[in-house]
Design a protein around this ligand. Structure first.
Ligand SMILES: Nc1ncnc2c1ncn2[C@@H]1O[C@H](COP(=O)(O)OP(=O)(O)OP(=O)(O)O)[C@@H](O)[C@H]1O
Length: 244
């Protein structure tokens, strides 16, 4: 179980608090859609939960173990189990999809590996297996720069999994994609939860959160205003987070 208690985060030299004490518990296998108006704190919350940002106050535990009490970046073994997917994944456009998967993401794999690109043959097989699972085998040897947006996002998901992510925070992972590609990415994320017991927390438009997620968090002004099962939200619920 993951538990976050009274998480507070300030920016601009700690002069502006943007998360005002978020508390929640969630389980492995959940797919949580985070919705809320622009500037409400969705991205920064995801970055804290994926240990890409430090926070100022509050505890965060995984199965009762403190990730870093009182906030902090770089919680070693925990950090390598989390992946953070950005809107436009940072793949090296000059390297193949396979190589991008193998080398890994900053924060999840060592700098040495990313600089030298050195990998073992087991890793190669693992990466090819993962690419195949997501229907990307025929793209493995294409340069990432020549892939579509949806394919790039799915390569980034493969990369996260190959490097051991059990927890994936995704910041608007389908923004700018056509509906078909968006559906493929969302289905991929959902299958990680239902079939592999991974945990996904994604900032999403309401309609996608309602359609794909098992749970919905509504953020308004740095606070968790809404925490409900994944379903169509009522007008009143949308009004609570100013999305009516
Ligand atoms: N590095 C930073 N420096 C200063 N302010 C920041 C920083 N990061 C975030 N903020 C502020 O924190 C608040 C929350 O930002 P965040 O990006 O988390 O919002 P969001 O809900 O993801 O918005 P959007 O939907 O537009 O992406 C905003 O007021 C934003 O301006």
């Amino acid at each position: 179980m993951f538990k976050v208690n009274n998480l507070k985060k300030s920016v601009e030299g700690n002069t502006k608090e943007v998360l005002h004490g978020i508390s929640a518990e969630f389980e492995a296998g959940e797919m949580i859609g985070v919705i809320g108006p622009s500037g409400s704190g969705k991205s920064i919350l995801l970055q804290c939960l994926a240990l890409r940002e430090s926070w100022n106050d509050g505890d965060y535990t995984w199965d009762g173990k403190s990730v870093i009490r009182g906030g902090g970046k770089g919680a070693g073994k925990f950090r390598s189990k989390c992946a953070y997917l950005e809107q436009n994944p940072t793949l090296n456009p000059e390297k193949t999809a396979l190589k991008n998967v193998l080398i890994g993401q900053a924060g999840q794999t060592s700098l040495l590996r990313r600089l030298t690109g050195m990998v073992r043959s087991d890793d190669y097989m693992g990466a090819m297996d993962e690419l195949e699972k997501f229907g990307l085998l025929d793209k493995a040897h294409l340069k990432a720069g020549n892939l579509s947006g949806g394919e790039r996002q799915r390569v980034a998901i493969c990369r996260a999994l190959v490097h051991g992510a059990g927890f994936i925070a995704a910041d608007e992972p389908v923004i700018g994609l056509d509906p078909h590609s968006a559906d493929k990415v969302m289905t991929t994320l959902k299958s990680l939860c239902t079939e592999q017991g991974k945990t996904v927390i994604a900032a999403l438009p309401i309609e996608l959160a309602e359609r794909y997620c098992t749970r919905i968090w509504g953020i308004y002004d740095g606070q968790l205003q809404l925490d409900v099962k994944g379903r169509r939200l009522t007008g009143e619920e949308k009004r609570q987070i100013d999305l009516a």
